[in-house]
Ligand binder design. Structure first.
Ligand SMILES: [Zn+2]
Length: 479
């Protein structure tokens, strides 16, 4: 489905496997495709006067953990396997003994995982596949479990986990394409295979067709009481239509949830010379006060935990080292953090549980412990929606130079906005009142690690200010 590539043959690696890409067919599962996300139009950009530099939030590197293929109760590794095997009968990776695997990833494990993360401040994205492998509907019935069990499972994610984790649909089933008029899977194809969400259906689809499909998935989660600012593509969903996919994601999420800034997750950039900075796409209406944009949030690692099927963990120590070695001198997390790019790593939920032996979770715990030991004062754990918002504010806030300061015009409000500008005198920097808005007073701190909203730091002839950026105009001075 979406296993990490064994060899990197493209500078910008689209999510998926090199083997699938080399196969050259858009009808294969996995994230790789012949398209290139650099073709997706960015749209409008404002004027940004030089002199004021926008830093990472609180001067720290964003860190986030992406969890794919999670849902309520259902072990997606087990239930996806036979459907993938029928759709791609020539692929050895789908010929596994799925019948012996557990039906369930229990809520006790969800709770163990979430509490462990909460204790350490880890945040990210957690998928809820709405109609997981067609086993049942998260907003109605999940055959194999009682209504009470399903309600409790939904409630824990919705009412507890969602504080630290964006909830995304990963389309409707993650397996078969659903006819959104009937709710039934599309019939078998003439060649005996099937229309699958993770590969083959999207090439050539219009924005409206894609948006209708994404909105159907979102509406199921809305019906179950979840809030979504974003959505995740299963495997190769969107391949062959990636420009339309970007626009459709924005339209679908905004139409179902009325959010001001939607985001989506589809791509990985695993290359040291690339960047995991999100792409702010299809921007329009910047001067209207009611702008439109969709943020493409990128992951930066492969799944080096337990794999999507929950039986594919490698050696624990070797896997941990791929993210970060013992003295934090190598590994993909080290590369991203040292570069200052968002350190976004990912797993598949079945691999974390790993059919009950928790191998993926043990790898994850060691990775997080090492990241925190080496970098705690230098990183800032964020949900994907928060990383998306920061990038949109960073790229889309207009900056105008004034005498002794700068005027910012922000289309999106943004917490912990952090800027660096030259200090012209001994006077403390300030945020000035604009119209009837009372600006926050800023407190000086002595170290970069102490930056939180409404503080500033002197560094030679420059100052760094951290504050919650409101929508509209803000004037900062340092004269
Ligand atoms: Zn997936």
């Amino acid at each position: 489905m979406h296993r990490p590539p064994s060899t990197l043959t493209r500078r910008k690696f689209l999510r998926g496997s090199a083997a699938a890409f080399a196969g050259g067919s858009l009808f294969r599962p996995g994230r790789a495709c012949a398209d290139d996300y650099h073709d997706i139009p960015l749209g409008e950009r404002p004027t940004q006067a030089p002199g004021l530099e926008i830093l990472n939030p609180r001067g720290r590197v964003p860190a986030s953990f992406i969890i794919d293929d999670s849902t309520c109760l259902v072990n997606m590794g087990k239930f996806c396997m036979p459907q993938f095997a029928e759709a791609w009968p020539d692929r050895a990776e789908y010929k596994k003994d799925w019948k012996s695997w557990p039906d369930e990833i229990p809520d006790s494990f969800v709770r163990t995982f979430a509490e462990w993360c909460q204790d350490r401040g880890v945040k990210g994205k957690y998928s809820i596949v709405p109609y997981p492998a067609m086993v049942g509907w998260v907003d109605r019935e999940m055959p194999g479990w009682s209504r009470a069990e399903l309600r409790a499972s939904v409630a824990y994610v919705r009412d507890v986990m969602a504080a630290d984790w964006d909830i995304h649909p990963e389309m409707i089933t993650h397996t078969r394409i659903i006819d959104t008029r009937t709710g039934r899977a599309l019939p078998q194809k003439d060649d005996g295979t099937y229309w699958m969400e993770n590969g083959g259906w999207t090439p050539g689809k219009s924005v409206d067709e894609l948006a209708n499909y994404i909105a159907y998935a979102l509406n199921i989660l809305k019906n179950a009481g979840f809030h979504c600012d974003g959505a995740t593509t299963p495997g190769g969903f969107g391949n062959g239509a990636i420009v339309n996919l970007s626009q459709a994601m924005g339209e679908a999420i905004q139409s179902v949830y009325k959010v001001d800034l939607p985001h989506y997750f589809k791509y990985l950039d695993l290359d040291k010379s690339g960047s995991t900075a999100p792409r702010v796409e299809h921007v329009s209406g910047l001067k209207t006060g009611n702008p439109n944009a969709i943020v493409n949030v990128l992951g930066g690692t492969g799944d080096w935990f337990g794999g999507w099927d929950g039986v594919s963990a490698g050696d624990v120590a070797e896997s941990v080292d791929k993210f970060i070695n013992a003295d934090a001198t190598s590994g993909r997390m080290v590369e991203m953090i040292e570069k200052g790019d968002p350190a976004v790593f990912l797993c598949h939920w079945a691999g974390m549980y790993h059919n009950g032996d928790l191998t993926g979770f043990r790898i994850f715990q060691q990775v997080v412990d090492r990241v925190i030991a080496a970098y705690k004062p230098r990183i800032h754990w964020m949900k994907l929606s928060e990383i998306a918002r920061y990038q949109a504010a960073r790229e889309l806030t207009a900056i105008e130079a004034l005498d002794g300061g700068f005027q910012l015009d922000a289309p999106y409000p943004c917490p912990a906005f952090t800027v660096r500008l030259p200090l012209a005198s001994d006077k403390a920097p300030a945020i000035l009142p604009v119209r009837d808005r009372i600006p926050p007073s800023l407190r000086e701190v002595a170290t970069k690690e102490s930056l939180v909203p409404n503080t500033w730091l002197r560094e030679g002839d420059h100052v760094t200010l951290c504050f919650d950026l409101p929508k509209g105009e803000t004037v900062v001075t340092a004269n």
